[in-house]
Design a binder for this molecule. Structure first.
Ligand SMILES: Nc1ncnc2c1ncn2[C@@H]1O[C@H](COP(=O)(O)OP(=O)(O)O)[C@@H](O)[C@H]1O
Ligand SMILES: [Mg+2]
Length: 353
């Protein structure tokens, strides 16, 4: 089901707007993540989609139908929360079949459907157990199967993996992606974990401060961030940021003067500082020194000191640490300039590379 927001504003107290003028379309059959820091408005947005909350103003459409005034039941969404809240006294199969029982689906039919869903989420060998006998990951699989029981218009997941340990989170996020692909159900997944969002989403909506900071593919978020907030929120290690002034001389004649004049902050991804001349991929040559190097397993980082600033590079592991000045190169890809409002004014899609 396609979901469209038109000028949706949400205020809990009638004074401050928690969400302001949200406009977006989530295409049918896709998996979209709502990503952002805590308090950014992710849960509020999800609850406006589900119908658990009513928008203060604006319109919400499912397909071409205006559902703004419809409640959660009428919107036929399936929901999974961080606390899976399975019924402890019911078996796994009865938990999955429960929404069908409420809908008065005949017993044989609902047991058949529940068994199919148990197989889909890979708990078909657990159906006679009670939830308390399952691991956290298995319980979350059951919760997803239960949410899918009535073939919902949308599957909505609010931080469903937060209670799981790190390894299980990775396994379960792949499972959510697989289940979404196999069922084709339009899925909206809330997370504050960029890594989670980047790995499973077709598109990511970055929400902060009641606004959509950017709504695009994981690649575009990384390679062409709209603003400094997105540039810093997406990517590990975190993007280097230095005052643009520091690079004025090095970039004069390379980047148009009127852009350089407006540039407040330069953003440099750690892989954009390289020790060799990569030809056309290079924006400019700089001179500095490697002051500190670290290596953990396959990850190597070096601190490069340039013009009094320290920039982290992940590409300089072969270069010895010492104070001597050496040439290094700044690549076009992964280099951005932002104005004083934080808007990107150079790099990414703006200047195809
Ligand atoms: N029921 C509520 N009443 C009043 N304010 C709320 C309520 N729920 C959330 N908020 C406020 O709305 C903002 C966004 O919250 P939320 O949507 O839960 O963010 P997120 O899920 O991104 O952490 C926060 O400032 C939060 O305090
Ligand atoms: Mg939340």
């Amino acid at each position: 089901m396609k979901v469209t927001f038109k000028d949706v504003t949400m205020s809990y107290d009638g004074k401050t707007d928690t969400l302001r003028d949200l406009n977006f379309t989530i295409p049918d059959g896709t998996l979209v993540s709502l990503l952002g820091p805590s308090g950014g408005g992710k849960t509020t947005t999800l609850n406006l989609i589900s119908g658990l909350l009513t928008a203060t103003s604006g319109q919400i459409f499912f397909g071409d139908e205006d559902v703004t005034k419809k409640d959660a039941l009428a919107r036929k969404v399936g929901m999974v929360f961080q606390n899976y809240a399975l019924y402890p006294h019911l078996t796994v199969l009865d938990n999955i079949a429960f929404p069908l029982k409420m809908a008065k689906v005949p017993k044989a039919e609902r047991r058949k459907r529940a068994a199919e869903l148990a197989a889909l989420v890979h708990v078909d060998d657990q159906v006679d157990k009670k939830p308390g006998e399952l691991s956290g990951g298995q319980q979350q699989r059951v919760a997803i199967a239960r949410a899918l029981a009535k073939s919902p218009s949308l599957l909505l997941l609010d931080e469903p993996l937060s209670n799981l340990d790190a390894r299980l989170r990775i396994e379960m996020r792949e499972e959510i992606r697989r289940i979404q692909r196999e069922t084709g159900v339009t899925t909206i997944f809330v997370t504050h974990d960029q890594d989670e969002a980047l790995h499973i989403s077709d598109n990511i909506m970055v929400l902060s401060d009641g606004h959509i900071q950017q709504f695009s593919s994981p690649t575009d978020l990384y390679e062409s961030p709209n603003n400094l907030f997105v540039a810093k929120f997406i990517g590990t290690p975190i993007i280097n940021t230095i005052p643009a002034d520091v690079l004025q001389d090095a970039l004069a004649g390379i980047i148009p003067g009127e852009i350089l004049e407006r540039a407040e902050t330069a953003g440099i991804r750690s892989e954009a500082i390289i020790p060799y001349d990569a030809g056309d991929a290079v924006l400019t040559k700089l001179s500095g020194s490697v002051t500190h190097s670290q290596k953990f397993g396959r990850e190597a980082t070096s601190d490069v000191t340039y013009n009094g600033q320290t920039i982290l590079s992940t590409e300089m592991s072969g270069v010895p640490e010492d104070q001597a000045q050496l040439d290094f190169y700044l690549t076009k890809k992964g280099f951005f300039l932002f104005d004083d409002a934080g808007t990107m004014i150079y790099g990414g899609d703006l200047h195809a590379q």
